[in-house]
Design a protein around this ligand. Structure first.
Ligand SMILES: C[S@@+](CC[C@H](N)C(=O)[O-])C[C@H]1O[C@@H](n2cnc3c(N)ncnc32)[C@H](O)[C@@H]1O
Length: 453
């Protein structure tokens, strides 16, 4: 049973949960689409697009609203400012919707939600924006590039400034543009159940278009489906949703038939499932019962029987596995600045302090889990961020403090177009927009025979 809210009201409530509350955009969107799975496809598509677009662009939208409003956005009632945001998004980015329809719907919604007294304010602001769109003055690129990036690509200025210290200005702009684009959905074929060709045919029978990914033969970029989890091929575990960057972790780990793998931060299990295709046994761990439940759910769907799961805090040494793992996967919690295209509220919720704490946590976990690697085994460290302090700086720090590990050339595991000086030196930094993947970091560190750890 679903309620009778129209699509705009549904989006308004989603925005209140995410922008004003502490919920995460991807979780709220998934739950909403599940809840309204009986609604027509075009309504569900409208909800997704309007919600994602408004969240992704809301710094830009607030800047536009404030060009014309006498009241600063932060002083407006939460419901009113989010109604203005979602309506301004339609006016600026959804040009098939007539401005009059946007204004009328917003007025009706303000009244319906008990703000009849402010419906005139909503109407006046929206009609002004619609009429004077072309008069909007955006910041001057040459005066303060960080501020310009912040307003144009809706990212807090401290993040833009931080990235500008680490990358060339044009690379930062490319990454920020990519993070606003609609993300392709990439899947990995479960080669235990079907070949990539068979999967492609079965998907096509379900009306889904699957295009080969340039980096991996088992990866497809899929289009033309409505509810992915409703597909027969999904329910039968013939594929898993995973970005190609994450799949490269599995490739760079290079598991062999008799390998014992420990994945210390494994939920929801993407990398563990991938490695289990080749390894003898994977021990997949995460912090809570809930998270481990997600891994178990995926193991069942994919039909794998060589993964065992365990609730375990990666900061705490597990004496049972010290010196036993051929491969340790440390795909650690990170700032997520490489996946802004999917988790589009991370940029607003992350603070500078949290980012510093993440570096400390990553080092704390690496210090512990490197002890599970057996002599001659490998530690794979990865993150889904482009922040150098969490990536190459952490790798350098680790090697300085663990002289019994050395970085290893990873070219043999990668398609030729990804070979570079850094991959010869043991690591790969992917940048969204520059590469056809999320922003992602992976390094391969071999434990030399003599053990000092
Ligand atoms: C980047 S995600 C892992 C994604 C996963 N490797 C995959 O491919 O599906 C990081 C994970 O670390 C877990 N985590 C955070 N702190 C942890 C800790 N102290 N011990 C174990 N897991 C932790 C989080 O619950 C989260 O699931």
């Amino acid at each position: 049973m679903t309620d009778h809210k129209n699509e705009r009201e549904i989006v308004l409530d989603m925005l209140l949960e995410v922008i004003e509350g502490d919920q995460f955009s991807h979780a709220v969107l998934n739950n909403t689409l599940k809840r309204y799975q009986d609604r027509p496809k075009h309504e569900r598509a409208f909800i997704s697009r309007l919600f994602a677009g408004t969240v992704k662009h809301y710094i830009t939208l607030d800047y536009i609203i404030e060009q014309f409003s006498s009241v600063p956005v932060r002083k407006m009632k939460p419901l009113i400012r989010n109604l203005l945001r979602l309506s301004t998004y339609q006016l600026m980015y959804m040009d098939k919707i007539p401005a009059s329809a946007v204004c009328n719907e917003a007025v009706k919604l303000a009244k319906r939600r008990g703000f009849a007294g402010l419906s005139g304010f909503v109407n006046a602001n929206l009609r002004t924006i619609a009429r004077r769109k072309d008069d909007i003055r955006f910041p001057d690129k040459d005066k303060n590039f960080g501020y310009y990036l912040s307003i144009m690509y809706s990212v807090p200025q401290w993040i833009a400034d931080m990235l500008l210290k680490q990358y060339k200005p044009e690379q930062v702009e490319t990454m920020l543009i990519a993070s606003l684009r609609e993300k392709d959905i990439t899947i990995r074929c479960n080669i235990k159940k079907a070949t990539p060709d068979e999967l492609k045919k079965l998907l096509s029978n379900e009306g889904v278009t699957a295009a080969e990914h340039p980096y991996l033969k088992e990866a497809f970029i899929i289009k033309d489906f409505d509810y992915l989890e409703g597909l027969d091929t999904f329910k039968k575990g013939l594929f898993t949703i995973q970005d190609a960057s994450s799949m490269l972790v599995g490739k760079i780990a290079g598991a062999k038939n008799d390998d014992f793998v420990v994945d210390v931060c494994a939920a929801p299990g993407g990398k563990s499932l991938h490695l289990a295709e080749n390894a003898a046994l994977v021990s997949a761990r995460d912090l809570t019962e809930y998270k481990v439940g997600l891994i178990n759910e995926n193991i069942r769907r994919m039909g794998l029987n060589n993964i065992e799961t365990k609730v375990w805090d990666a900061r705490v040494l597990d004496p049972d596995i010290v010196g036993k793992a051929d491969i340790v996967i440390a795909d650690l919690p990170c700032s997520g600045l490489g996946v802004l295209g999917k988790k589009y509220d991370i940029k607003y919720k992350l603070t500078q302090n949290q980012q510093k704490e993440l570096v400390t946590l990553q080092r704390e976990i690496l210090d512990v889990v490197c002890r599970y690697v057996k002599p001659g085994g490998v530690l794979i460290y990865s993150t889904c961020t482009v922040d150098r302090r969490e990536n190459i700086d952490n790798m350098d720090w680790f090697l300085r403090n663990h002289k019994d590990f050395e970085a290893e050339n990873i070219n043999d595991f990668l398609p030729e177009e990804l070979h570079s000086d850094t991959t010869k030196n043991g690591y790969l930094q992917l940048l969204q927009g520059v590469h056809p993947t999320d922003g992602f970091f992976i390094c391969r560190l071999r434990k030399t025979k003599q053990t000092l750890c």
